[in-house]
Every structure is written in C-alpha cells, then in structure tokens.
Design a protein around this ligand. Structure first.
Ligand SMILES: Nc1ncnc2c1ncn2[C@@H]1O[C@H](COP(=O)(O)OP(=O)(O)OP(=O)(O)O)[C@@H](O)[C@H]1O
Length: 308
C-alpha cells in the first residue's frame, strides 16, 4: 500500500500537448494532482485528450509545455521508473503470433519485477489456454491477457485506455471486477479511461473529467458528490443564488429550472429544494457546459490540497 507520505501519483502543472506545429491542441493548461492509491476514472468525449494524457504519463510522448510528474518523477525517467508503470493501450495490444504462455515468458525476460506465479494464476482464473495463439483469442480474452501482462510487472501504477470497450456487458463486469481485485492485491494506483460512466461509477474513487483539452473538474468522488447538488428553483431563482454557489448546468422545464450546482449543499443554505446528484449527472453537467461554451475551465478540487 502507498504510504501517507508517498508522492502524488500525478501532478500536472500547465500541461499542454500540441501534435505538430499546426496540429491539434490535444491538451491545454492542464493542472491537477492525484494522491497515490486511487482508482482514477478519466472521462470525456471523443477527442478530449484522454489517450494523450495517458501517453504522456507513460512517457510515450513529450509535453509541448508545462510538466507532468508520475509517481514523483518525470515519466519514463529511467528503466526503473518505467517498470513502476504498466500501460494497456486502447486496443489491448498483444502479439498475435505468440501463444499466451510465450507472452508470459517474454514478460519475464523484459521486466525485472515480473511475478510469474501471479501471471500463471491469473491466466488460469481467466480460463485462458497457455498454448493458444493470442491472435486467435476473443476481444475479452485479449483484454484479460493484456491485463495479466501489465499486472505481473507488479507496477505501482496501471494505466488503462478504454480497456473494456470491446467487451460485452457481462464480460465487462467480470473484467472490471478482476481489475479492481488486481489493483487492490498489488496495492497500486490505476487510471481507467472510459466513455462508460457505469464502469467508472463501479470501480473509481477519483475522477478527472476532460473535455476540449482541459480538465473540467477533478477530485475524490465522495468529495465531488458532497460538494455538488441538483437544485430545482423558479426560473428567475438561479440569479439570486448566494455568492460561492456556482451553476454548472441548467435545464429549463416549464416554470422551473433544474440545475447542477457546486457549493451551497449544506442543509438550509439555499431557499430552494436541493437533492444529491449522481456521478453521471455531475459528469454530464460538466461535459454539457464544455460543449456549450466550447471552452473548458480549469477547476481542481481543493479537497486534496486541503487534506495535505
Ligand atoms: N498522433 C496524433 N497526431 C495528431 N493529432 C493527434 C494524434 N493523437 C491525437 N491527436 C488529436 O488530439 C486530440 C485528442 O486526441 P486523444 O486521442 O487524446 O483523445 P481521446 O479523448 O483519447 O479520444 P477518444 O475517446 O476518441 O479515444 C484529437 O483532436 C486528436 O485528433
């Protein structure tokens, strides 16, 4: 398990990535900190910059500006640092002509901390035939193999770019359960990039919402749910909210406005009815706001900072 004084798993300051001189601004002025030992949900629409952030985190690409530290160092700063991070890319890549067992042999040869017993146990549990060529595995089996190879490195941080996208709902549920068990067994941190809010809600205790190249909101899931609420007020009521209450997203229905707000969640602090917000509503509120304005805002919860 990470110690209380472990460095943050991520610390991004003014992080930006532009592909090519005239290319897309994939990330712009991204700032966030995540303490160690978290399972982090990275959500956002297509093209938001999620894969770019994960590739920066494992040192596959370099930032254009700003900095990102991962487990207290520059990504891929050394072979030792590389071994502390496991990455499963978007299409759960495996070597098609290698058998399942050959993947484990290759993993053992290339990773100093390789845990062969863990790898073999996982392969058995997932019902994979060690002799089967990886090119003949189903999407779900490939995902299990890729997860096993990444976890048997015994990394401190596992990065998954939409790992369950190709799986049917039942296989996805099983895969996510496995992933959770693995992360807990390893005492590791993990990032799960996904469009599927259900998946995020099931397994993640920390959230980063990325839209339009910017972090819209980030923080501990419980803190975020506690600091946001759903408010129903007369249409003109939203103009009279006290200072410190921020309206994230409003929908007008008849004479009433339904809003997701940040702040003002203490009982009795607002003259209108306030209800708890679900994680899905919260994420959709930030995503809709970014889509409406076309610009992200950089909001980082002060929760982590205040707990230090
Ligand atoms: N290698 C690349 N060269 C040029 N532009 C790129 C490259 N990779 C990503 N981009 C651009 O950067 C932006 C962010 O892409 P990225 O793949 O990080 O988003 P994403 O959130 O992972 O999207 P998705 O959910 O669709 O996988 C997009 O506009 C994309 O076109």
């Amino acid at each position: 398990m990470p110690h209380a004084d472990s460095p943050p798993v991520f610390h991004a300051t003014g992080l930006a990535k532009k592909y090519g001189r005239r290319g897309e601004q994939a990330l712009a002025d991204v700032n966030f900190t995540v303490p160690a030992g978290r399972i982090i949900g990275l959500v956002g629409p297509n093209g938001a910059g999620k894969s770019t952030l994960l590739q920066l985190a494992c040192g596959l690409i370099e930032p254009t500006a700003g900095s990102l530290s991962v487990l207290g160092s520059r990504p891929a700063a050394s072979a030792a640092h590389l071994a502390r991070v496991g990455f499963v890319a978007q299409n759960t890549p495996v070597y098609g002509s290698f058998s399942v067992a050959e993947h484990l042999t290759f993993g053992a040869k290339t990773n100093p901390g390789w845990d062969q017993a863990l790898a073999e146990r996982r392969i058995r549990q997932a019902g994979l035939n060690p002799k089967q060529k990886a090119g003949r595995l189903s999407g779900g089996q490939r995902a299990q193999l890729a997860l096993t190879v990444a976890a048997a490195k015994r990394p401190e941080l596992l990065l998954f770019d939409e790992p369950a996208a190709a799986l049917d709902p039942l296989a996805r549920k099983g895969f996510l359960r496995n992933l959770m068990e693995f992360v807990l067994e390893l005492g590791a941190s993990a990032v799960l990039s996904s469009h599927l809010l259900d998946d995020i809600e099931q397994v993640c205790d920390h959230l980063i919402v990325l839209c339009d190249s910017r972090v819209q909101v980030a923080g501990d899931v419980r803190d975020l749910l506690a600091s946001h609420a759903r408010l129903v007020a007369p249409r003109d009521g939203l103009n009279r909210l006290p200072a410190g209450v921020e309206v994230i997203r409003t929908e007008h229905r008849g004479h009433y406005s339904h809003a997701v707000i940040r702040g003002g969640t203490r009982p009795g602090s607002l003259p209108y009815s306030v209800e708890p917000v679900s994680l899905e509503e919260l994420v959709l509120a930030y995503m809709s706001r970014a889509a409406d304005t076309g610009t992200g805002m950089n909001i980082e919860t002060a929760a982590w900072e205040s707990r230090r």
